[in-house]
Design a protein around this ligand. Structure first.
Ligand SMILES: [Zn+2]
Length: 313
């Protein structure tokens, strides 16, 4: 696969650039700022090679509730298709990783735009709520964001996507690191994040089934994609949890529901899932190269369409 690198744009005013050692680089004079930008540039170029073409910037925000520093990352690249079956990182770049306050667990989901006084007041209520305290404290940033979005009444699709990202955080790709971050809980937390993602993807699949029912062949390409994804990901997540009976039932049902789209590249992955489930294989696997290639072509097409509409993709 080929990866393209985009030039990193300027850090926003409210970000403080960090020296690779983790020390603050004072941003008080232009020269120092330029030096630190150069450092960041060379560091990011180096990191880019180490991360298969991705540019990663480490940025610091401030928690609006207690002033604690929140570490975040900005990942810059174009149309990157990660090959893992749970679609980790399989979306268009750039992507900003949601950082989290270590003191109050607030996930910094809106770093570029200051919260209004009304939003701050409302968020304070959510953060102090019994539900946030019980379900989000000590959890990963995307898990906490999922809880917050549930309290905010966000759409099922957005919430599902955020819990999916939480499952990536807990997926144990590096168990030693995960154990340091979430001692003894990350496997349990993975199951909880995956379970929640599945619950919300089921809502999305039901909504899209109604769209398919009413629109038939006229269903848009985006809606077809959303429908397939909502049916596909719960198959992968239940398989990864070792729930093979559930995964098998879900895969069978999804293939039946999606018979009109059987030549869609993600259906190839669904059929691959059937094989893995039959072998009772709960481990991480990659999409095959053919699927990834078709996926990249599809993403490129979507990006062009978004550009024509004037949207950011
Ligand atoms: Zn905080």
């Amino acid at each position: 696969m080929k990866f393209e690198i985009l030039c990193s744009k300027k850090a926003t005013k409210r970000t403080t650039i960090l020296h690779p050692s983790g020390q603050h680089v004072p941003n008080t004079t232009r020269i120092l700022a330029m030096k630190s930008k150069l450092l960041v540039f060379f560091t990011t170029v180096l990191i880019a090679f180490l991360h298969m073409g991705l540019i990663i910037d480490r940025v610091i925000y401030t928690c609006p509730f207690d002033g604690t520093e929140i570490v975040s990352y900005e990942i810059r690249s174009r149309l990157v298709c990660e090959t893992e079956l749970d679609m980790g990182l399989s979306h268009a770049m750039p992507w900003r990783y949601v950082g989290q306050c270590e003191v109050c667990s607030f996930p910094m989901y809106q770093p570029d735009e200051p919260f209004t006084p009304e939003e701050i007041e409302q968020l304070k209520v959510y953060l102090a709520s019994e539900r946030f305290q019980k379900e989000a404290r000590g959890k990963s940033s995307y898990f906490a964001l999922g809880v917050l979005m549930e309290l905010q009444g966000e759409s099922a699709e957005n919430i599902a996507g955020v819990y999916l990202k939480a499952s990536w955080q807990y997926s144990g790709r590096d168990p030693e690191y995960m154990t340091q971050l979430y001692p003894n809980t990350f496997r349990r937390d993975y199951r909880e994040a995956a379970r929640r993602a599945m619950t919300f993807y089921d809502v999305v699949a039901t909504e899209l089934a109604a769209v398919k029912q009413s629109q038939g062949d006229k269903m848009s390409e985006e809606d077809v994609w959303r429908y397939i994804v909502a049916l596909y990901l719960p198959v992968e997540l239940s398989r990864r949890m070792g729930k093979f009976d559930e995964a098998s039932q879900r895969a069978e049902r999804a293939i039946q529901l999606l018979s009109d789209f059987s030549d869609h590249f993600l259906l190839d992955a669904m059929r691959y899932q059937v094989k893995l489930i039959a072998a009772k294989d709960a481990s991480q696997h990659d999409f095959d190269e053919d699927t990834v290639r078709k996926w990249e072509l599809w993403l490129e097409k979507q990006r062009k369409k978004a550009e024509e509409r004037g949207d950011i993709f």
